[in-house]
Design a protein around this ligand. Structure first.
Ligand code: PHE
Length: 334
């Protein structure tokens, strides 16, 4: 209703303008009548030409008035059907990507540039894919490294503690050469605090081919950290994982005195960001890959940890509280 009356007022205004135009040229006291009145004083030999031109002028004015009226009528009916098409639209609210997604996409992007594809698997796993195939037989003490949530009714079914389970599935179903990364949510029965949660997100990577060496692993990690954090130093510390031999923990140098990059301003020195190693031959064999022909490396990192670092978030719980005041801050990050 409101809109319609606006349309009416708009056309009334325009109609007034058109009428004013009509009166000025075609009205009783209009310009054209003055010209017609002057006709009698025009010398005989010029009468014909003069008469023709004022008639032309009159027709042109009439046509103009009719055309304007038609145009107005058209836009009036259009406006009453579609609304006022010249009004600016209502801006659309644009959502923000979750920081976990932002960082995950970055990681996926970096590895896809060197030929890694993305593989996914179930969050609810069986013992084989999460443990046994990964060289962690039953009663292996290393199972305690990762406190597991079991599904009460079936001791064989659990919430995966890492996405290494996806790599097992991938090896079972694909022949080497393999280059794949597996992003996903994982679960561990840990006390919830600002630094750790009972679920978080990982990206694990797997590379299997002939003659893959530890140097290939280190170079791949150096490429990754440089792309992810800017110019960066890494160091590999000897470590232990049941599924890799040798194994290492990767630290990245988070510029303390040297400001290496805008992404690494708040320096804290060496920071552990992932685990890695050469895939244990037992694991390859468990997954149907000939360990005499093939070798490979694997690595795994926590997305949440990296998101906290890059976006200077002080509490991991913010990542799962869905507070819009927090989430809105990522609107400008793609
Ligand atoms: N699966 C390990 C973890 O969750 C990470 C890892 C992956 C370590 C691959 C070495 C090789 O902690």
């Amino acid at each position: 209703k409101d809109h319609l009356s606006q349309v009416e007022a708009f056309s009334a205004d325009n109609l007034k303008d058109i009428e004013a135009f009509r009166i000025k040229y075609l009205g009783k006291k209009g310009l054209l009548n003055e010209f017609f009145a002057a006709f009698k004083d025009v010398p005989g030999e010029q009468k014909k030409e003069y008469g023709q031109s004022i008639n032309q002028l009159k027709n042109a004015a009439l046509e103009k008035v009719n055309a304007l009226k038609e145009q107005l009528e058209e836009s009036r009916s259009e406006a009453s059907v579609y609304g006022d098409l010249t009004r600016p639209g209502t801006p659309m609210e644009i959502g923000a990507r979750h920081p976990i997604s932002i960082v995950k996409n970055q990681i996926v992007d970096i590895f896809s540039r060197i030929g890694f594809n993305v593989s996914e698997g179930p969050e609810m796993e069986d013992d084989w894919h999460n443990f046994t195939a990964l060289n962690l037989p039953e009663y292996h003490p290393a199972r305690d490294m990762q406190d597991t949530f079991f599904i009460q009714t079936d001791p064989d079914i659990l919430l995966r503690t890492h996405t290494s389970s996806v790599q097992v599935r991938y090896m079972e179903n694909n022949k080497p050469p393999i280059r794949t990364i597996s992003p996903g949510r994982v679960y561990r029965n840990e006390a919830i605090s600002a630094r750790s949660h009972c679920f978080f997100h990982q990206v694990e990577g797997l590379y299997i081919d002939k003659n893959v060496s530890f140097a290939d692993l280190k170079q791949t990690l150096q490429y990754f950290t440089t792309e992810m954090f800017g110019k960066s130093k890494i160091r590999l510390r000897p470590s232990y994982f049941p599924f890799t031999e040798p194994s290492a923990e990767v630290d990245v140098y988070w510029g303390l005195e040297t400001e290496t990059d805008y992404r690494m301003t708040k320096g804290t020195g060496w920071l552990e960001i992932m685990g890695c190693g050469m895939v244990d031959p037992n694991v390859l064999e468990n997954c149907g890959i000939d360990s005499k022909e093939y070798s490979g490396f694997a690595f795994g990192m926590g997305i949440d940890r990296i998101a906290l670092l890059l976006h200077q978030i002080s509490d991991i719980r913010m990542l799962s509280e869905n507070d819009v005041r927090f989430l809105e801050q990522f609107k400008t990050v793609l």
